[in-house]
Structure formats: structure tokens, C-alpha cells
Write a new protein. Structure first.
Lengths: 509, 155
């Protein structure tokens, strides 16, 4: 136990990696699912333990040196409240979705490929957890590629249901690779200036030797640093599907297997947002990103546009998975808006919304997955009058929808509360207005579906549907219950988010 | 290209030399230029040249798909396993001191060698897999795997 405890930061990445490889070798005949389930449960336990450890140690930081090489030379894994929270989000979602995937994926993917599916599933988790925990900018890129490459393949596996999954996956692959390579280019520029790849070390060198010269007559590396940051910002915006760069997202979410849509929507873009926060607040620092460059203006414009246009497009979709995908674009807008406000409440809103939206959107995608499982499709007219036939999943969908709108007593309300407070504190009243308007649009697109579910009349000759198997119901009910719990009692989640925000902004005593 | 004597002989006779040089590169990775990646590419090249001349079918008779699949995963497992071994011995992940705690410097090469073997095996296997994938259905006598495109029925 002592051994595991000491090596938690490494094990949380190494375990899913090794198990993924083993699954590829021996995971045939249904064993793959058991291995994935066991691994993700262990990962969840480890993430919970890490969060507990980091919140209860005075320094709010746990450092782990890979191969015992000290910080700027070797790769270090650093856990602080922010990434411990994101680790927990990723592992919760990965764990419940693995449970969900058993039945759902078996109906969508060829049997002889299932062990590869679960291997990729575990690699994707590995990558996402690794991105979150690493303190090394280049290591982050490598893990970003691990998670992205497995996600492209996972999306493409949706082809047995709809061939368009293949074009969606190629599209995602091209844009995702551009995003990742822009990030890599940005790292290269910063490496040119600082000679370091360690995030904390790059920041230290920039602060001590580069930035001070900018106030003098001979500013050093000004253009290089700005170009490097610009590359990273654009690359990461692509990865997290920030508004004008969201093109890959709707089709990838729509045509991927249901469990994969859930995983993507709840974790991949969230981790992208986490990296963006990390880059702005830890790697280059707010004084540069917001003080010198005024990135916040660009971010707010994108975020505002994402909220309004994303929600508006969601309103126009007839394919419900696509509707949720566009709604995700809007939700990414909220997350981006939060950290671009550059105050504690805004940043808290971002972090807490990472968590809350993962719960909400994850459960909604799972609920739609039931309709896909039974009907092979999830269009608006398919769910007409389904409230009677699929009572549990449709109730989950509705409760998740309430969370998207931000109705009080759901987790979405907490995020929006912090967000609006933050916007008002930053004197960005127009942004507060946009958030509220976005909620109104969310109300419209959610209500449109809920109305069909409960008040629509089912066709006489439409097939009668059975409720989903228990292994599919339990995970979504768990998630939606959590999202309601954290809407009623947000002490734990806001404690973690607020601590993380205060640490990032350097106002924590 | 099977009918061309020159190609046939070259592909066959180059193979042992390519493999020997690959093994040299592999085993000297920690001391000189080279290492697992280069060695893996060379091993794969030996088989791929053979495959290009005699057809992917013939190559897959020598190295079946299940072997490349297995080796691709096994190599990474060797790499990660080395790290886990160090970790189990009470050191950090990939801390080669664990291999020879009495004389940490002496453990380093062993750690590197085992990691490089992992890299070499995976790279070779993945290179061959890539060749197999892109030639699938393009060489004469080969057809697309029909089971691949079959639509799975609803549950």
C-alpha cells in the first residue's frame, strides 16, 4: 500500500497504459470489458485519493519525479487542486462510461474488434489523465497525441452504424493534428527562448530574464514569445473547439458510438480547456497573456459568439446527438468566458463548470445512447412520446437538460451563478447578459425536445421500445444524481474549484 | 515484381544484412548513435522490402498479422514494465538505480537496453502493420476484408 501511495501520480497514468496494452493482447471474448472496468475503477480510486491528498496537504502540491531526475531536467508530474479536480472528472466519466459501454458498444461494433475498442478506450483515458497531471510541456504534447489518436479511431468505429463516422473521423484527425502541431510549434518557440520544457521552469525563466527586458529599450525575444503563445492559443482553441474553430466537433460527436460521444463530450474538450487554463495562468502568466497581449478580448468575443451561435445552431438541429454537440460548443463558451474574466469567481466558474458540464452532458449523451441502442438513430421525431416507454432514460435526459439551462438545484445553476458574479465583478455586464441569454436559448432547445418526449404522440405503427438494460441505466442515473447533488450542496465542488482558482491567480494566502 | 530476377535476389539477399545491422544498431543504442527506433525501422524494412517484391501475402506468411499485433503491444509493455519494475523495487518510475542499487551507474545501461528493446520491437511491429494496412486490397490477389464493412444489426 505504501508503495502505491508513494507512486500514485505515476500509477494513475501507467496503469491504464499497461492494461490497455494487455487488453489488446488478451482482451478477447469479453475479457476486454472486465479489464477496462477494473482499470478505470482503480483509476477512479486513485484520482479520488490524489484529490484528497492534495487538498489536505499544506502546500497544495504533490510532485513526482520520473526516474528521480530533478525538475528542469527530467519529467515531473505535479498535482495541484486544479488538475486533481480534472483528474477526478476524467476518471469518474471514464469509469461510469465503461460500465455503460458494455451493452451499448456491443451493439455498435463488430465482436472481433471489441478488445481493440477497449484497448483504445484505455489509451484515451491514459492520454487524458497524463495531459492533466504532467508538469512538462513536451510530455503534455506526447500524451495529447496518445489521447487524440485513440479518439480519432474511436470516432471512426462508429462506421458500422453510419459510414459518415469515417469522414467525421478524418475531419477530426486533420483539424486535431493541426491543433496539436500548433501547440508543439508554440512549445518549440518557447524552448528557443528559454531552453526548457518544464512548465514551471519556462515561467521562471520568462519572468526573470525575458519579461523584465520588455520595459527597457532593448526588449528581448518579444516577437518570439508572442508568436509562440499565439500558436499555442490557436492550437488549443482547435483542440477544445472554441467557437470559430469548432468545425470538427458536431460530426465527430454525432457519428461516434454513443459511449464515445459521452467520453468525448465530457472529457476531451474539458481537458483541452484545462490545458488552455494551464498555459495562460501557469506557463506564460496572466501579466503576459492578459496584460501585454489582451488575449482576454479575443477569448471573450469567441466565447460570447460560441454561447449564442452554438446554442442557436443547437436549436435548429433535428438529430439530437448533433443538438447536444452544438450545445457543447456553447458550453465550451461558458468555460472559456470564465477564465478570460481573470478573477477568482470567473475562474471558479470555469473549473466548476468543467465538472458540472461533464456530469450533465455525459448523462444526456448516455440517455440518447439508449434511443440509439433501441432504434439505431436519435432524431427529434424518434423520441416523440418516449416518456412512457423509456421513463428512466428520458427523465435523465430531462434532468440533464435542466442542468444545461442552469435551473436552480442543478449543477448548471452553480456554474452560472459564479460566472455571472465574475462577469459583474469584472464590469463585463454585456458578458453577464450573454450568459443569461445563452440560458434562454438553452431553455428553448431543451424544451423543444422535452415537449416531444412527454407531450408528443407516438406513431401508431412505431415499434414499442423497452427500457435500457440495467448496466446502461445505472451509470446515467449516477451521473445525473451527482449533478443534482452538486447543485443542491456545492460546498465540496466549489471548495476545490475556488482553492484552485485562488492558487492560479496567486491570491491564496 | 516477382518476375524480376534482380529484385528477387536483392530482396532475399539483403534481408540477413539488414537484420544484422539492425541488431547492431539495437544493441549499441545506449553507447553510440542508433537505438531502438532506428533498429526497429530497419528490421521492418527488411520484411517490407521482401513484401514489396513477393507480395504482402508472402510477407504475412513469414510474419502473420497476429504476431505484429502482439509484438506492437509487447514492446510498449517491456518499456512500461521496466518502469514498473523500478517502481516495485521502491524507486520512482523508470529510476534505473533499482536495477543495481549497489552501483547505480552500472544499472543505467541495463535499464536503457531493456527500454530500447521495447522501442525496437514496437517500432518494427507497427511499421509492418502500417505496410499491411496500406497494401490491403491494393495488391493483386488480395481483397478487402469483407467482415470489416459489414453493417452490424441493431440489438
Amino acid at each position: 500500500m505504501e508503495l502505491i501511495h508513494k507512486n500514485l501520480p505515476a500509477l494513475i497514468v501507467v496503469l491504464p497504459l499497461c492494461m490497455g496494452l494487455l487488453t489488446a493482447i488478451v482482451g478477447r471474448r469479453g475479457l476486454g470489458w472486465w479489464m477496462a472496468m477494473a482499470t478505470n475503477s482503480a483509476v477512479l480510486a486513485m484520482a479520488g485519493q490524489l484529490l484528497w491528498n492534495v487538498m489536505h496537504n499544506g502546500a497544495f502540491e504533490i510532485t513526482y519525479q520520473m526516474g528521480s531526475w530533478p525538475a528542469p531536467f527530467g519529467i515531473v508530474y505535479i498535482v495541484d487542486p486544479l488538475n486533481a479536480a480534472v483528474l477526478l472528472v476524467v476518471s469518474i466519466i471514464a469509469c461510469v462510461l465503461t460500465l455503460y459501454a458494455r451493452k451499448s458498444v456491443a451493439s455498435e461494433i463488430q465482436k472481433n474488434r471489441l478488445h481493440f475498442f477497449y484497448a483504445l478506450w484505455l489509451f484515451c483515458t491514459t492520454g487524458l489523465l497524463g495531459i492533466t497531471i504532467t508538469g512538462d510541456a513536451f510530455n503534455l504534447y506526447v500524451l495529447l497525441e496518445i489521447s487524440s489518436l485513440s479518439t480519432y479511431t474511436l470516432v471512426a468505429l462508429g462506421r458500422s452504424r453510419n459510414r459518415r463516422a469515417l469522414t467525421a473521423a478524418i475531419n477530426y484527425l486533420v483539424l486535431g493534428s493541426i491543433g496539436a502541431n500548433f501547440y508543439l510549434l508554440g512549445i518549440a518557440y518557447l524552448y528557443m527562448v528559454t531552453g526548457s520544457l518544464n512548465i514551471a521552469d519556462i515561467r521562471h525563466i520568462l519572468e526573470t530574464t525575458v519579461f523584465p527586458t520588455w520595459a527597457t529599450d532593448a526588449p528581448q525575444y518579444r516577437t518570439t514569445v508572442i508568436v509562440g503563445f499565439a500558436f499555442m492559443a490557436v492550437g488549443l482553441s482547435l483542440k477544445l473547439a472554441l467557437f470559430p474553430l469548432h468545425g470538427w466537433l458536431p460530426n465527430a460527436y454525432t457519428y461516434a458510438p454513443s459511449a464515445v460521444s459521452g467520453l468525448l463530450a465530457s472529457t476531451a474538450t474539458k481537458v483541452g480547456a484545462y490545458v488552455f487554463i494551464r498555459v495562460i495562468f501557469t506557463l506564460v502568466g496572466v501579466n503576459f497573456a492578459f496584460g501585454v497581449l489582451h488575449t482576454e478580448t479575443a477569448l471573450m468575443v469567441s466565447a460570447g459568439a460560441a454561447i449564442i451561435i452554438g446554442s442557436w445552431l443547437a436549436l435548429k438541429q433535428t438529430n439530437l446527438k448533433k443538438m447536444l454537440a452544438y450545445s457543447s460548443i456553447g458550453q465550451i463558451g461558458y468555460i472559456t468566458l470564465g477564465f478570460s474574466l481573470n478573477n477568482v469567481n470567473g475562474l471558479t466558474a470555469s473549473i466548476i463548470h468543467l465538472f458540472n458540464h461533464a456530469l450533465t452532458k455525459g448523462s444526456m449523451f448516455m440517455a440518447l445512447g439508449v434511443v440509439v441502442y433501441r432504434l439505431g438513430n436519435a432524431r427529434l421525431k424518434d423520441v416523440r412520446g418516449l416518456g412512457r416507454q423509456l421513463p428512466v432514460s428520458m427523465a435523465v435526459f430531462t434532468a440533464g437538460g435542466l442542468g444545461l439551462i442552469g435551473v436552480p438545484l442543478t449543477a448548471g445553476f452553480i456554474s452560472k451563478w459564479y460566472l455571472v458574479t465574475g462577469a459583474i465583478q469584472a464590469h463585463r455586464y454585456e458578458m453577464a447578459a450573454i450568459v443569461l441569454f445563452g440560458s434562454l436559448l438553452a431553455l428553448m432547445y431543451v424544451w423543444r425536445v422535452v415537449e416531444q418526449i412527454y407531450f408528443g404522440k407516438r406513431d401508431e405503427n412505431a415499434p414499442k421500445l423497452k427500457e435500457a438494460p440495467v448496466t446502461m441505466l445505472v451509470p446515467m442515473v449516477l451521473l445525473v444524481a451527482a449533478s443534482i447533488y452538486f447543485g443542491i450542496d456545492a460546498r465540496a465542488s466549489s471548495w476545490v474549484a475556488q482553492t484552485a482558482a485562488e492558487l492560479l491567480l496567486g491570491v491564496k494566502a | 515484381m516477382k518476375d524480376n530476377v534482380l529484385m528477387r535476389v536483392a530482396a532475399r539477399w539483403n534481408m540477413p544484412f539488414l537484420i544484422i545491422f539492425a541488431l547492431y544498431t539495437q544493441t549499441h543504442g545506449e553507447l553510440g548513435p542508433g537505438g531502438g527506433f532506428q533498429a526497429g525501422v530497419m528490421i521492418a524494412a527488411a520484411f517490407i522490402v521482401y513484401g514489396m517484391v513477393f507480395g504482402a501475402d508472402d510477407m504475412q506468411r513469414i510474419v502473420p498479422r497476429w504476431i505484429t499485433d502482439l509484438l506492437a503491444a509487447l514492446g510498449v509493455l517491456i518499456y512500461a514494465g521496466t518502469g514498473v519494475y523500478c517502481l516495485v523495487q521502491g524507486y520512482t518510475f523508470l529510476d534505473y538505480t533499482a536495477i543495481n542499487p549497489a552501483n547505480p551507474g552500472a544499472g543505467e545501461p541495463w535499464g536503457m537496453v531493456s527500454v530500447e528493446w521495447g522501442v525496437g520491437i514496437t517500432v518494427a511491429a507497427v511499421m509492418m502493420t502500417i505496410f499491411n494496412e496500406i497494401t490491403e486490397g491494393t495488391l493483386p490477389g488480395q481483397e478487402h476484408d469483407k467482415s470489416d464493412t459489414e453493417i452490424v444489426g441493431k440489438a
